[in-house]
Design a protein around this ligand. Structure first.
Ligand SMILES: CC(C)(COP(=O)(O)OP(=O)(O)OC[C@H]1O[C@@H](n2cnc3c(N)ncnc32)[C@H](O)[C@@H]1OP(=O)(O)O)[C@@H](O)C(=O)NCCC(=O)NCCS
Length: 218
C-alpha cells in the first residue's frame, strides 16, 4: 500500500506546491550537472563516474601533473538550499603540487567540503562528509617563522597523505589534517579535529579526536 501519511498537506506542513517546486529545482540542478558541470569538469581533466550529481558549482583546480577522480554516484553540494544544514561555502576541490591526487570513491557525499591535496587524499566508497568539513594534507605555510610569509607551501611528503576508509561518517565542521588514516565505518563527531589515525568501527570525538566508543554491527 502507498505510504500516504508523510505527504504534507495544505492544512498541516509545507504546501504541496512548495514541495513540488523544490523537487522541480532539484531535477533541474541534476540536468545542469549532467549536461553542463560534468562535461565541463571532464574536459578540464577530471575523471568522473556515472550519475555524479553537482548541486551548485564547485570550485575546482587541477594542478599540472595531478589527478582528481570522482566515483559513480558521488554527490557534491555547493548550494545552501540543497541541504537542511546549509553550507558555508561552495565545495572546493584542489590539487596543489605536481603528483598530488584526490580520489573519491563511489557513493560518497560531499557538502560544502574543502579538499586540498599537495600529496594525496583518498575517500572510500559510501563515506558521508558532513557540512563544512575541511580535509587538507598540507599546513600551507612553513612552521619556521622566518620563511613563513613568502615561502611556497611546504614540500609535500608521501606520509602526509590522508586516507579515509569506507562508510565513514564525518560530522559537520570536522577538520582532517595531514597524514591521517580513518578506519572503515568510523564516525567522527561534529567539530572534531583529526590529527592522528582513528581505528575502524569507532565513534571518535574531540580536539584532538580520540576513540570514544566501539560500534557494534549485526
Ligand atoms: C558523533 C555522534 C553521531 C555520536 O553520537 P552517539 O553515538 O550518540 O555518541 P555519544 O553521544 O554516546 O558520544 C560518545 C562520546 O563522545 C562525546 N562526543 C559526542 N559528540 C561530541 C562532539 N561533537 N565533540 C566532543 N565530544 C563529543 C560524548 O560526550 C561521549 O563522551 P563520553 O563517552 O566521555 O561520555 C554525535 O555526537 C554527533 O557528532 N552528531 C552530529 C552529527 C552531524 O554533524 N551530522 C550532520 C552531518 S551533515
Amino acid at each position: 500500500m502507498l505510504e500516504r501519511t508523510r505527504r504534507p498537506s495544505r492544512a498541516g506542513g509545507v504546501p504541496r506546491g512548495v514541495e513540488a517546486i523544490k523537487l522541480f529545482i532539484a531535477r533541474v540542478e541534476k540536468v545542469i550537472s549532467l549536461v553542463v558541470i560534468c562535461p565541463w569538469l571532464r574536459w578540464y581533466g577530471l575523471t568522473i563516474g556515472r550519475r555524479v550529481a553537482f548541486f551548485g558549482l564547485p570550485i575546482v583546480e587541477l594542478g599540472p601533473g595531478t589527478e582528481i577522480h570522482l566515483g559513480d554516484r558521488v554527490s557534491v553540494v555547493s548550494r545552501s538550499g540543497m541541504t537542511a544544514l546549509g553550507v558555508g561555502h561552495r565545495t572546493v576541490i584542489r590539487t596543489l603540487a605536481p603528483g598530488a591526487h584526490i580520489r573519491i570513491g563511489d557513493h560518497v557525499g560531499l557538502s560544502g567540503t574543502t579538499l586540498c591535496a599537495a600529496s594525496g587524499i583518498e575517500i572510500g566508497e559510501g563515506t558521508l562528509v558532513g557540512a563544512d568539513c575541511r580535509i587538507v594534507d598540507t599546513d600551507f605555510h612553513p612552521v619556521q617563522s622566518r620563511t613563513r610569509r613568502y615561502e611556497d607551501i611546504p614540500e609535500p611528503r608521501p606520509k602526509d597523505r590522508i586516507v579515509i576508509g569506507r562508510n565513514v561518517f564525518l560530522g559537520m565542521s570536522v577538520q582532517v589534517l595531514k597524514g591521517v588514516t580513518i578506519g572503515d565505518n568510523t564516525v567522527v563527531a561534529a567539530g572534531s579535529v583529526v590529527v592522528d589515525d582513528l581505528p575502524p568501527d569507532t565513534v571518535c570525538a574531540g580536539n584532538p579526536a580520540r576513540p570514544r566508543k566501539k560500534l557494534e554491527f549485526d
